[in-house]
Design a protein around this ligand. Structure first.
Ligand SMILES: CC(C)(COP(=O)(O)OP(=O)(O)OC[C@H]1O[C@@H](n2cnc3c(N)ncnc32)[C@H](O)[C@@H]1OP(=O)(O)O)[C@@H](O)C(=O)NCCC(=O)NCCS
Length: 175
């Protein structure tokens, strides 16, 4: 029984998205899976980029098309966000992977990331992505457990010279 549903954002979600962003900024936390919410000043700028980047014809230079979902609970509260990149480029193949996600701090350790990834894998089937790469920092135990709980198999660990960390690369095969 799912507690969450994945929903494509629209302008009616402005308030809950800005509230989500505030919580991450307050906690100096990494806003993964949010279509770059931290990098845009206003909701409107973010929403325009989100729409552009979801389409092969309008995706911004250097990016691949992606779909971003809000993970909402039964009351419509925003628990987490998750991005699915439709294909890999060189950088994603090494470091970023197909999927990124985050759960707001106040809702962590309740199994939500594990559930969000399970729901996102169902979306991958719809997008016809059969082998899914998910990466995480070697020190990010919570993310590694989330991936492994969804069938992730570690391929290797590679050094990321951008931030001097080891990146773990996991694959989930859906077929
Ligand atoms: C990583 C993240 C999404 C996990 O979200 P979550 O909803 O707390 O994860 P879950 O509740 O589904 O927990 C998954 C597993 O990690 C464990 N876990 C969660 N937080 C943990 C922590 N701080 N330390 C150790 N283990 C932790 C859980 O106990 C669970 O393990 P179990 O299945 O053995 O019980 C969340 O911490 C987050 O948003 N972090 C910032 C962004 C980020 O790192 N995203 C991932 C980028 S690769």
């Amino acid at each position: 029984m799912n507690r969450l549903k994945l929903v494509i954002p629209n302008i009616t979600h402005k308030e809950i998205l800005m509230d989500y962003k505030e919580e991450f900024i307050r906690n100096k936390d990494s806003m993964d899976g949010s279509a770059g919410l931290s990098t845009y000043k206003t909701f409107e700028e973010w929403y325009k980029a989100f729409n552009d980047n979801s389409n092969e014809k309008t995706v911004r230079e250097g990016l691949v098309p992606a779909t971003t979902y809000l993970a909402l609970n039964e009351s419509g509260n925003l628990i987490g966000m998750i991005d699915i990149r439709h294909r890999l480029n060189d950088n994603l193949l090494n470091f970023g992977g197909h999927i990124g996600y985050s759960v707001r701090k106040s809702e962590r350790r309740k199994g939500y990331a594990t559930e969000m990834l399970k729901l996102a894998l169902e979306k991958c089937i719809e997008l016809n992505i059969q082998e899914i790469l998910i990466t995480c920092d070697k020190n990010n135990i919570a993310s590694a457990k989330t991936i492994i709980a969804n069938g992730g198999i570690l391929e290797n660990e590679i050094f990321d010279a951008n931030d001097n960390t080891m990146t773990q690369r996991y694959w989930i095969k859906l077929v």
